[in-house]
Design a protein. Structure first.
Length: 411
């Protein structure tokens, strides 16, 4: 699968940020995608008006597509009990969300995933699953997934894919990153299996490839299908570029994806690898139960180290994928400036994904299109990260100004 303007063997027109572009069967109005960030607005797994408004603001603000995170395909695959699990009863409410986004002229993607060892087993009330037994930073043990579990979870992905199509989503993003279940299988640090699911790169990628094919077969060409793939886990012994490029080549050869979004980091062991900048350790400690705060303050710097922030910090890694692949690629990682978007497109990336920049300014794309802004106001303080427990937001924005351009379609 390829995007129309990236078809092989045809001249490639100069990509500009505000031209429409094809992503599989979907025409996007520009090259800006809102990356999936947990919205913190689905108590007990419910679709709320706050969740709908979160994505409606992004659509009204000019982005081509917004991505709803994190939609679990299985009950034990939720990050915790406040994560939406895709099943029959939630489809009508998800349809209200997609209708609201479509009314702004934007498309909407559903990020499908299984949290695996990242899942909070206590909150979910069921054991978490991992390729091999694993103790989480919270002290809970993930049990080793069985062949029967793998078959069930694979089928769950196909079922969830059909349900989100019924709910009106235009695209599906399969989560292969951040050491969630499929990413954990790719990681030599987390996957110690000696069967067909472990050992070689091909074996460790088998589960992910099986899921991608199942999702594509479930929806055919009715929607775009993409995957979010770790380039590097950011932890010693984890997945690194040499092997992740091989995984990407296998996925490309399978022909089931319309694009790859390139990411990195481990929600289990190093989430700041994805964010960069100052780590909000004190703010995170304040969200924990009192019994866990002291331990986090002692170990927090190891779990959440500070990284210097650089614009488009994943670009050097992503260039290696661009050189190795022909399929469309989506660049993310600290993209704040229009000049960076232009650079990425000139180097052959098809789209850019933005998260914190659009959290600070949901209407940033419209401002850039109008010529009134060329850079986000986001300062990458990362104080937004702990707000996932109370409604994800930029803490520097006055709540009275948070609603933004909700009542009109963006150009």
């Amino acid at each position: 699968m390829t995007a129309e303007d990236d078809s092989l063997g045809s001249p490639k027109p100069r990509r500009t940020p505000f031209d429409s572009a094809r992503l599989g069967p979907v025409t996007l109005r520009n090259r800006f995608i809102k990356a999936a960030t947990f919205e913190g607005s689905s108590p007990k797994g419910q679709v709320t008006e706050a969740l709908i408004d979160f994505h409606r603001r992004v659509g009204a603000g000019g982005a081509a597509m917004t991505t709803v995170a994190y939609l679990a395909v299985s009950p034990e695959g939720r990050t915790d009990r406040h994560c939406i699990y895709v099943h029959d009863e939630v489809v009508p409410d998800l349809r209200r969300l997609t209708d609201a986004v479509h009314d702004t002229g934007a498309a909407v993607a559903a990020q499908l995933g299984h949290a695996g060892p990242v899942a909070n087993a206590r909150s979910n009330g069921s054991p978490s699953l991992a390729p091999s037994r694993h103790i989480s930073p919270l002290g809970t043990m993930s049990r080793e997934i069985t062949d029967a579990d793998i078959a069930r979870v694979t089928a769950d992905y196909g079922h969830a894919a059909r349900k989100v199509v019924d709910a009106g989503f235009d695209s599906i993003e399969i989560h292969l990153g951040h050491n969630y279940l499929l990413s954990a299988f790719l990681s030599p640090k987390l996957n110690h299996r000696r069967d067909q699911w472990g050992g070689t790169v091909e074996n460790r990628a088998r589960f992910a490839r099986q899921v991608v094919r199942t999702v594509r077969d479930a929806v055919d060409d009715s929607v775009a299908v993409t995957a979010k793939l770790n380039m590097a886990d950011g932890v010693p012994g984890g997945l690194w570029l040499e092997e992740s490029v091989q995984v990407a080549r296998l996925l490309e050869a399978d022909g089931a994806l319309d694009a790859l979004t390139l990411t990195g980091g481990s929600s289990l062991a190093n989430p700041m690898y994805l964010f960069r900048g100052e780590a909000p350790r004190e703010e995170f400690a304040a969200t924990l139960p009192r019994a866990l705060r002291l331990g986090f303050r002692v170990m927090g710097r190891r779990f959440m180290p500070d990284y210097p922030f650089e614009e488009a910090f994943f670009l050097p890694y992503a260039r290696q994928f661009r050189a190795a692949l022909d399929m469309p690629l989506v660049l993310l990682g600290g993209i704040n400036e229009l000049s960076t978007v232009e650079l990425a497109l000139s180097e052959g990336f098809s789209f850019v994904a933005m998260a914190r920049a659009l959290l600070r300014e949901p209407d940033l794309v419209a401002k850039m299109s109008a010529g009134t802004s060329r850079a986000s106001l986001c300062i990458h303080c990362n104080k937004c990260m702990p707000t996932i427990y109370s409604g994800t937001r930029c803490v520097l924005v006055d709540p009275d100004d948070r609603h933004g351009p909700n009542d009109q379609k963006a150009p």
